[in-house]
Write a protein that binds this ligand. Structure first.
Ligand code: MG
Ligand code: MG
Length: 272
């Protein structure tokens, strides 16, 4: 069942989203060569507790993981792309780090992810991150009332193809609201004009993630961390978005991002 949210409920999700955006921006700023992943995890735990928020990850035990998860962040480095388990690892020059988090405040949840390079970037890694950000902006721009869910998926897939990255169909975005993972599934590839109708009050997490040279994944022995099957680098970008009568509204803007809901921070650019 898909629960449509009222304008007031979307505003409450935006309160959570603002906190998630602020904390992700902080964590991106803290991440640097020589910083331990557990420092990021402990910073996030402190901030979440101070805010009176609840991590959606803590004790999460879905069918695909070896639960329960006992962290508030997913930290995925280099070829790790999703559900990276925070562990004792010191970031090295050129590492590509994806930070993903979801919390609830007063019963309303927001979920967002960002990828950054610490130290000296490999231009190929920046291009991969850019592709996920451009795909995210394209997916957001397609989340128009009266459209179809397939429009969002197709917009993401089109950017991936333009950049030359394959798309995995197994994991993608999802409905979100009172809990982190709700219907519908928001695939990162699809056909425009297909799927459920996008109506005001629908709230979804849109989250393109790409591996540089494969659409296949493997799982670590920890039961959580998902990597590219060929060891190639990966990136992930995510926002929580509400479909409103006025168009898509991003609920997890980070400080410094364009806050105009109808104008995603990055327009799809010509791929190179
Ligand atoms: Mg997420
Ligand atoms: Mg998500």
């Amino acid at each position: 069942m898909i629960e449509l949210k009222s304008a007031e409920e979307i505003d409450r999700m935006a309160v959570t989203g603002r906190f998630v955006g602020e904390l992700l921006a902080e964590l991106s700023g803290i991440a640097a060569v020589g910083v331990n992943l557990m420092d990021l995890e402990h910073h996030a735990r402190r901030r979440i507790a101070e805010r009176g928020a609840t991590s959606c990850y803590w004790d999460y035990a879905p069918s695909f993981g070896r639960g329960p998860f006992r962290n508030v962040l997913c930290l995925s480095v280099n070829d790790a792309v999703l559900h990276g388990l925070p562990h004792d690892y010191v970031l090295r020059d050129g590492d590509l780090l994806s930070v993903d988090m979801a919390v609830g405040i007063d019963g309303w949840v927001a979920d967002s992810a960002v990828s950054v390079v610490v130290g000296t970037p490999d231009p190929a890694d920046l291009r991969l991150i850019e592709a996920t950000e451009v795909a995210l902006a394209a997916g957001i721009a397609a989340a128009q009332p009266g459209g179809r869910l397939g429009d969002v998926s197709a917009a993401i897939g089109e950017v991936a193809r333009a950049y030359g990255y394959p798309v995995n169909g197994e994991f993608g975005g999802h409905g979100i609201g009172r809990t982190m993972h709700e219907a519908p599934h928001v695939a990162n590839n699809g056909r425009p004009g297909r799927g459920m109708k996008l109506v005001p009050g629908l709230t979804i997490a849109i989250e393109p993630w790409f591996c540089r040279s494969t659409d296949r994944i493997t799982y670590d022995k920890d039961g959580w961390t998902i990597r590219s099957a060929d060891g190639s680098r990966t990136a992930h970008s995510e926002h929580t978005v509400a479909v409103t009568a006025a168009g898509p509204r991003v609920l997890t803007h980070r400080p410094g991002q364009n806050a105009d809901s109808a104008d995603p921070a990055r327009k799809p650019a010509t791929a190179h």
